[in-house]
Design a protein around this ligand. Structure first.
Ligand SMILES: *Cc1c(COP(=O)(O)O)cnc(C)c1O
Length: 358
């Protein structure tokens, strides 16, 4: 049975990417070895590593003033690495709290400096994004941090704070799904397992002038300067995840790049939101202007029906639709690799499920 996997992460990969990995697995780039067995200091590996960085630069239009680092530890490790590397001039940063990951980032940063909450949408269970133009950020900050797309709550920022302070953003669940103005930021970071490839890889895009000094307690492995000097090969990198990322980057490029895939993403999300908005049975809790294109939470009229919905969906191969425990209901994660057909199949199941309740 064909399945459509709506998991928030690790999530679907494109069939083309998986087939290429399968085809090459016993003999990666004519080395006679699989990618998982190769020295990370070997020529064939180095080629894949560097192609990954240059393709990401091309797809995201990343200028020469930025370094692209391929790290481990997940986005969560960057919750520590960012303050350890950036709280160096003023020792102060402001965070916008729009969900669980933003809160976790804030909690970690608090250990390393004078870190404060500039705005939060907790009052309505994170169902909206605070208006960035009315936030009063403190002065003399090293940076402002926000979570661009909130994977659990299904919200995303559409406007960036207008400020001369360095902007830092967690783009784990939005990277490569739409154009991000990289040059408006000092640092962007993303765990790979949402829109890039398997877990194990974390991408960090950091402006070169922010690399150099860090807090004295910063562990060597977390220093952007050490990773930069070693082209992210200070120790063994997550070779397989980087290889899979390279295949995904090639796939996106072949499709026409980020703008082309963004058109498809808007279409897919539009189908689902239109269906929900035209239904009296299903609801999405998020303010319309702040809706994510990647993660779509929704509910039926009761928790019992939600559970029935998820069970019925699974039997049809529509997988991982159960919502996060802090929101309840369902969540459809429709990242780049989710085909239009997957969203249409979900909607036709939603129609049938609703009718079966009448
Ligand atoms: C999944 C996710 C994380 C956590 O990522 P890890 O790589 O598991 O640490 C952090 N932020 C956002 C926005 C996410 O979607």
């Amino acid at each position: 049975m064909a399945v459509f996997n709506f998991s928030a992460g690790p999530s679907m990969l494109a069939d083309e990417v998986k087939l290429e990995a399968q085809r090459e697995f016993l003999n990666c780039v004519n080395s006679g070895m699989s990618i998982t067995e190769m020295s990370h200091r070997s020529k064939p590996y180095e080629k894949i590593h560097n192609e990954s960085i240059s393709l990401l630069r091309e797809l995201m239009n990343i200028g020469d003033e930025f370094e692209v680092l391929l790290l481990q530890g997940g986005a969560s490790q960057q919750f520590d690495a960012i303050p350890l590397n950036l709280l160096v001039n003023k020792g102060r940063a402001d965070y916008i709290i729009t969900g669980n990951f933003a809160s976790k980032a804030f909690q970690e940063a608090q250990k390393f400096g004078d870190v404060s909450i500039a705005a939060s949408s907790k009052d309505r269970n994170f169902a909206y994004i605070p208006n960035v133009d009315s936030i009063n950020f403190r002065s003399d900050l090293d940076y402002i941090h926000f979570t661009y797309n909130n994977t659990i709550f299904g919200t995303k920022f559409t406007n960036l704070p207008k400020t001369s302070t360095t902007l830092v953003s967690d783009i784990s669940s939005i990277i490569l799904s739409e154009n991000i103005e990289v040059n408006k930021f000092g640092l962007l970071y993303a765990g790979a397992q949402k829109n890039i490839g398997p877990s194990g890889l974390t991408v960090v895009i950091v402006r070169k002038d922010l690399i150099g000094t860090c807090l004295p307690i910063c562990p060597t492995m977390l220093k952007y300067s050490v990773q930069t000097e070693n082209n992210s090969l200070y120790n063994t990198p997550p070779c397989f995840s980087i290889y899979m990322a390279t295949l995904t980057f090639r796939w996106i490029k072949k499709l026409g790049g980020v703008d082309a895939i963004n058109k498809i993403n808007k279409y897919k999300a539009g189908l689902l939101y239109d269906f929900i908005d035209n239904s009296k049975f299903y609801k999405n809790p998020v303010d319309i202007a702040d809706r994510s294109l990647m993660n779509v939470p929704f509910t039926t009229p009761s928790a019992e029906l939600d559970a029935q919905f998820v069970k019925g969906a699974e039997s049809l191969g529509l997988l991982s639709l159960k919502g996060h425990r802090s929101v309840g209901g369902m969540r459809a994660s429709i990242y780049n690799a989710m085909p239009i057909e997957g969203v249409k199949t979900l909607i036709s199941y939603m129609e049938k499920f609703e009718l079966s309740q009448k």
